[in-house]
Structures are given as structure tokens and as C-alpha cells.
Design a protein around this ligand. Structure first.
Ligand SMILES: [Zn+2]
Length: 342
């Protein structure tokens, strides 16, 4: 089959479009014909060799897969070849103490599709049947693929962790990112007021179209200043943080008393400081959030099918153009998702 692999860690130039052996479905697994695969910052992190967990090389990245079941492995049931499905990318072992307590994204032996396991930058990928969900009618492969990693992550952050309430104000960093474009919409669905940031004036209109109430161009300086102005100096109840070092101080300074900062990533770096006085005196909560559960993915797919949220697609590209796709994400040129089509 055709796949995009890398044999060494490095920049986008290490990606190769080449022929590799087709995987097969082992016990408890299904084989999926990939129809669409979303591009994520995680793919870039793994390819660069900077991820905490590193796969054996050569490796096939790609966590957001939508496609058709082509083969059911031994001991699997409940699906059939030809069925349109997505793969829930947070692969949990189903049996550690965290899984048993219903917290699959903190699984002690967890993987993400395309992190250690081979992912969806390929014509075929295998996955455990336990992590297969049907695509609802009316949702395309491309829309589904654009929504299996970053949108459930945003859902988990806002609903499960920050427990966002109607009438609250939320600051979503980077409306053009996968997590950001989903978080703006989910926060609106809850009934919150949404302030968001973008990296260029051209993206302001797109952020407003997604449902943001206020949009700040973060290249103009410390965004906590306009956040304070827009909230009558009060600050926001919730900050959706996924940038890290570059934005950390500004995110904390944007919080109101009793505010919650929820973070799911740190693409600009993991170092950040906190003013302990501010934490206790303003009774601020800092919440870690890792990915999304199968329950979160099911909720996202249902919201897509009902038109409550939409997949924000920047561009569909052939799988062979994976390098160009990753270069665009690296330069933050996109608004929404880039989806590769094998
Ligand atoms: Zn587990």
C-alpha cells in the first residue's frame, strides 16, 4: 500500500511517500481502508522526535482516521466490512485502574493512534475493535476525520474538566487551530460568551463566523490587556490553553477570580511559572486535560450530525502532499483542519 513514512526524526523533509507492506487485522482488531486522515500538531511533534513517547522507526503517523472496515480480525463482532467508521485515537488497554474507573485518557498503558502504533497516513490502518465508532449518516469521511482528535479534546476540556456553564465567559486561544476551532463552537453550544485569538487580521472574520463574540489579533501584543478591557476588567471564567510557554502568563492574567485554566498541550514549549499568591488569593484552578474519550467522540459525532457544530476544513489534500500539509501547520497558515485523502 501507499503510505507516508519517516525513517529518521527531523523536519517535514523526512516524510516519504512510498510503498509499504499492508497491515492485517490481528485478534481483537479490525482493518480500516483510510478515506480521510486529519493532520494534527501531534503528527509534527512525533515526526520531529520531540514527543515524550517515541515510536520505533520507520513510522507512519496520523491520528484522525475515517474510513471503511475491510477486515474483521479473529474474535471481533458488532461491525461488518463496508461499514463507515472512525477510529477513537486514544487507545486504552481497558483494564488498568484508570480505565476501570472510567478515565480512559489517563490509561497507564495508553497510546494514541499514530504515536507508537502506525497511524492513518496510509491506505490501510489497523485498530482495536473497542475503539471503532460508526460515522453517523450525513457526516462525510472528511468531516469525521477532521473531528476525531482535536474536537473531542476540546469537548473534554470544556465540558468534563472546566465544567463550562451557560452565561460564563471563555477565552479560547487560537481559533484557527483544531482545538480552538472546535472549542469556540462547543463553548457557544453551552451558551457561554466566547473571546478568541487569531494570528492575522484575515482570520478575524472566520473566527466570528464560527460564533466567537470577540476576536483578538494576538500578534498585536499581550492579549490579556484586551481581554480585561472586553470584560470590564473582570477577566474570563475559563481559558482554553494549548500553546504553552508563549501564552502561559497572558492566559493566567486573563482569568477572573475563581477562574479555571484548562490546558491540553504546549506546542510552543512546556515551561511556565505560576504566581502562587494569585492562585490562592483569586482561587484559580489549573486543570490538565489529555485528549478525549470515546464518549467525547460520540458526543462530537452526534453534534456534527445534528448540525450543532461543524467540521472546519481548511483544505483537503492528497496523501502524497503530507509534507506540504505539515509545513502549513508548522507555519500556522491554516484556519481549521487540513485533511489528507489517500
Ligand atoms: Zn488503561
Amino acid at each position: 500500500m501507499k503510505a507516508v513514512t519517516f525513517h529518521d526524526y527531523g523536519g517535514p523533509e523526512v516524510l516519504r511517500y512510498e510503498d509499504v507492506p499492508e497491515p492485517w487485522a490481528g485478534p481483537g482488531e479490525v482493518l480500516v481502508r483510510v478515506r480521510a486522515c486529519g493532520v494534527n500538531r501531534l503528527d509534527l511533534l512525533v515526526r520531529s522526535g520531540r514527543s515524550q513517547a517515541k515510536p520505533p522507526l520507520p513510522h507512519i503517523g496520523g491520528s484522525e482516521v475515517a474510513g471503511d472496515i475491510v477486515e474483521m480480525g479473529p474474535g471481533t463482532s458488532g461491525f461488518a466490512p463496508g461499514q463507515r467508521v472512525v477510529i477513537a485515537p486514544y487507545i486504552s488497554d481497558e483494564r488498568c485502574e484508570y480505565c476501570l474507573a472510567g478515565h480512559e485518557t489517563t490509561c497507564i498503558r495508553g497510546d494514541v493512534l499514530g504515536l507508537i502504533s502506525d497511524g492513518g497516513y496510509a491506505e490501510y490502518v489497523k485498530a482495536p475493535i473497542t475503539h471503532i465508532l460508526p460515522i453517523p449518516d450525513g457526516v462525510s469521511y472528511v468531516e469525521a476525520a477532521a473531528s476525531t482528535l482535536s474536537a473531542p479534546t476540546a469537548w473534554h476540556m470544556l465540558i468534563d474538566k472546566a465544567k463550562l456553564q451557560p452565561g460564563e465567559t471563555v477565552l479560547v486561544l487560537s481559533a484557527g487551530s483544531g482545538v480552538g476551532s472546535a472549542a469556540v463552537q462547543i463553548a457557544r453550544l453551552v451558551g457561554a460568551k466566547v473571546i478568541t485569538t487569531v494570528g492575522s487580521d484575515e482570520k478575524i472574520r472566520q473566527a466570528l463566523d464560527l460564533g466567537a463574540d470577540e476576536v483578538i489579533n494576538y500578534t498585536r501584543g499581550d492579549f490579556s490587556v484586551p481581554v480585561r478591557r472586553l470584560t470590564d476588567k473582570r477577566g474570563v471564567d475559563v481559558v482554553v490553553e494549548h500553546v504553552g510557554t508563549d501564552t502561559w502568563d497572558q492566559s493566567l492574567n486573563s482569568l477572573a477570580r475563581n477562574g479555571r485554566l484548562v490546558t491540553c498541550g504546549a506546542t510552543s514549549g512546556v515551561a511556565g511559572t505560576v504566581d502562587i499568591y494569585t492562585i490562592y488569593a483569586k482561587q484559580i484552578e489549573i486543570l490538565g486535560s489529555y485528549g478525549g474519550s470515546r464518549g467525547n467522540l460520540k458526543q462530537v459525532l452526534s453534534a456534527l450530525a445534528h448540525g450543532d457544530i461543524r467540521a472546519v476544513i481548511h483544505e483537503e489534500m492528497p496523501l502524497a502532499d503530507a509534507r506540504r500539509a505539515q509545513e502549513m501547520v508548522e507555519r500556522r497558515e491554516q484556519f481549521g483542519k487540513i485533511v489528507l485523502v489517500p
